[in-house]
Design a protein around this ligand. Structure first.
Ligand code: FES
Length: 325
């Protein structure tokens, strides 16, 4: 049975057990997110012992060489000594300079653009306080040419990160950002774009939509934003203004419970998404004209819309998702 040493304490790890499971089972507070190798929030560094190859899946080469690995993919085969990431290896520092409420549950956080930080709107980063005590993934809603990075933060009653951001972070404070991750970003292809998201799943879609408009995307762009009620449509006016200024952008707000918003619909976003698919030239006998699809937000809703798109004959390679529970 391998022994894991972390901060001078030793923890047994059952044969075949994931390192993340072993340590959290024994009360160790480690950062993590998806538990599936996708977000890199659980990245740690091995200071002694062998790192299983699978635990370094999708980690960039410079960090692999320094023995970084993902705790949620690591099944130790022998004793390991591990540490939290060295901030200089893993993070960019940024200064918070704007924190505003977009509605009762969502804040917009803007931070200075870190040096040597290049990204595509719609990608995500892991945010962490300088003491590295919590890590969570947030999508980039800003554009690279803007002098800040922007995040839309949903305040969760028992969310340690969102509470810390809402209650303890002030303008002028430092925060750490990982390198950008993920593949949910605009591709300049001669196709219509269909984007659908719930809640703060709008953040990456807002970035992608503005990126596409900025690159003069010549085809139709349809953006669906779903919320439980009208208050949840936290960027309604800004998106309506954007749509008014671009004839190829169609913005469709969708609410589940209230009456239909102006120029929007009441009902489920899945139904509206299916309806939009029917109106696009998306048959599999006309693959050249299938839309590029971006789905973001609640995991179950994103999965349902993805299944709908696949059932409609959309190629899997044209669907990009960014989901969170
Ligand atoms: Fe390990 Fe997301 S928690 S990669």
């Amino acid at each position: 049975m391998p022994t894991i040493t972390f901060e001078n304490q030793s923890y047994p790890c059952e044969a075949g057990e994931l390192l993340l499971d072993a340590l959290t089972r024994q009360g160790v507070n480690l950062p993590f997110g998806c538990r599936a190798g996708g977000c890199q929030a659980c990245m740690l560094k091995a200071t002694d012992g062998d790192v299983p190859a699978l635990a370094q899946t999708n980690i960039e080469e410079k960090l692999r060489r320094k023995h970084y690995f993902l705790a949620c993919l690591c099944r130790p085969e022998s004793d390991m000594t591990i540490a939290l990431p060295d901030p200089a290896d893993r993070y960019h520092s940024a200064i918070v300079f704007e924190k505003v409420a977009l509605n009762a549950q969502i804040i917009r956080l803007r931070c200075s653009l870190p040096e040597e930080f290049s990204y595509r709107p719609g990608q995500f980063v892991n945010l962490t306080p300088p003491d590295l005590s919590i890590t969570r993934s947030y999508s980039l809603a800003s554009l690279p040419e803007e002098p800040f990075v922007e995040f839309h933060i949903r305040l969760l009653p028992d969310g340690r990160m969102s509470r810390w951001l809402a209650e303890s972070v002030n303008n002028g404070d430092f925060i750490f950002l990982s390198d950008p991750l993920g593949h949910c970003y605009y591709r300049n292809q001669p196709r219509p774009l269909l984007l659908a998201g719930t809640g703060t799943g709008l953040a990456p879609l807002y970035g992608i939509t503005r990126d596409a408009l900025g690159q003069q995307h010549p085809h139709a762009i349809t953006l669906l934003h779903g919320a439980l009620d009208q208050q949840g449509l936290y960027h309604h006016d800004a998106l309506q203004t954007l749509a008014d200024a671009h004839s190829n952008l169609h913005y469709l707000p969708v609410v589940l419970h209230d009456g239909a918003p102006a120029n929007g619909a009441q009902g489920s976003i899945q139904d509206q998404f299916a309806h939009q698919l029917e109106t696009l030239p998306s048959t599999d006998c006309d693959a050249e004209r299938q839309p590029l699809i971006f789905l973001c937000g609640d995991t179950a809703t994103v999965a349902a819309m993805r299944e709908t798109a696949l059932a409609a004959g959309i190629a899997d390679s044209l669907i990009y998702t960014d989901s969170f529970g």
